[in-house]
Design a protein around this ligand. Structure first.
Ligand code: H2U
Ligand code: ZN
Length: 347
């Protein structure tokens, strides 16, 4: 008899149409993980060297204003630019099948400081401070989305040096792009197809199943649920899903925005408590495109993709079979969810 907590298997991700190999039998190996003592975090509230702190100079000579809440600026080293000549290269040896294919694209890249405080992060920000971050996300999505050529807005955060964050000051990024990026485009297509076949959003149906099963839930409130998805690739990967199938953050009512702020605080506090470390991750929101096309079936959610596996320093690497075959995990999503759910948090 197949048991998904004992036997190797693959799990399907209906949002991306991809699979992940799960090897639960390997976690029965003796526990070799060690507990390191990590140096205590002693960041000052203001760092004169930080290019994100209020009043400090940034690259290029501009100085930040003496901001007291959230603060948004155009990335001084933007990966995409708003003004580039349009153009396309498409060359191949068979008609209609270019093998050398390039398309000029435009983008607006911004940085959002969550707080003037250099020493805080999502788990330490107050509900009111995080609510201001949610409102800033809503405003940015609308402002960039209103630019005629911006078809998609991605709001994301890299936390921790392990995830390539350049600075511990609490901040995220916002990229408005003239194209739908690949990962997003797959989720977009899958959600639209599910809705047109079944008349309900894919994530409403998925959430209903998860609420009934319970085994992958991490925490929840009136408007949002945080869970380890059935198809999670990263050991402690989670999704935050809106209970109401809204398509974007601006559609959230005031109470829902407060609930989003609260669940983000609670989830990231659990992450930090797991290995007693400022837990690194990349997180981001998936929302409807801003291309003016109807997007029935779009359901607002966030993905948290953290690299840590067993301790503050033992991370998962995507290598070998995973890079050339498909992703693989040992600890099951159910085990990961139980560990995050059962943490006792200091008030
Ligand atoms: P990350 O920590 O996720 O890398 O984001 C910080 C961004 O800040 C990064 O994209 C930008 C970098 O380009 N930046 C500025 O815009 N101005 C600066 O003075 C330094 C860094
Ligand atoms: Zn700072």
């Amino acid at each position: 008899m197949f048991s998904r907590s004992d036997h190797p298997h693959r799990r399907y991700n209906p949002l991306t149409n991809e699979w992940v190999v799960v090897s639960p039998h390997r976690t029965k190996r003796p526990w070799l993980g060690q507990v390191e003592s990590t140096p205590p975090d002693t960041r000052p509230a203001y760092d004169p060297q930080c290019y994100l702190c209020p009043g400090n100079p940034r690259a290029g000579g501009v100085s930040n204003p003496p901001y007291s809440g959230t603060f948004v600026f155009e990335n001084d080293f933007a990966a995409l630019l708003p003004d580039v000549p349009s153009g396309e290269l498409a060359e191949g040896l068979a008609p209609g099948a270019p093998l050398l294919h390039a398309v000029a694209e435009r983008g607006i890249c911004r940085v959002l400081c969550y707080s003037p405080r250099h020493d805080l992060a999502m788990p330490q920000l107050s509900p009111a401070e995080l609510r201001a971050v949610v409102d800033a996300w809503a405003e940015q999505y609308q402002e960039l989305g209103a630019v005629g050529w911006v078809r998609h807005v991605l709001i994301f955060e890299n936390r921790g040096a392990m995830m390539g964050a350049s600075n511990p000051h609490p901040h995220g990024q916002i990229w408005g792009t003239s194209f739908l990026p690949g990962v997003f485009a797959r989720e977009h297509q899958r959600q639209l197809a599910y809705y047109s076949a079944h008349g309900r959003t894919l994530l409403s149906d998925y959430l209903a199943l998860e609420l009934e099963r319970g085994e992958r839930l991490v925490c929840a409130n009136e408007h949002f649920v945080a869970l380890v998805p059935f198809w999670a690739v990263w050991p402690f990967e989670t999704m935050v899903i809106a209970r109401r199938p809204v398509a974007s953050i601006p559609e959230l009512e005031s109470a829902e925005r407060d609930s989003l702020a609260t669940i983000l605080q609670q989830l990231t506090a659990r992450y930090d408590a797991l290995f007693q470390v400022a837990f690194p991750y990349s997180m981001g929101f998936h929302q409807a495109p801003t291309d003016g096309q109807p997007a029935p079936g779009w359901h607002l959610h966030a993905h948290f993709l953290p690299p840590l596996l067993r301790s503050a320093t033992v991370r998962k690497f995507m290598v070998g079979f995973e890079l050339m075959g498909e992703p693989q995990r040992d600890i099951t999503p159910e085990q990961a969810a139980a560990r995050l759910r059962e943490l006792s948090l200091q008030p």
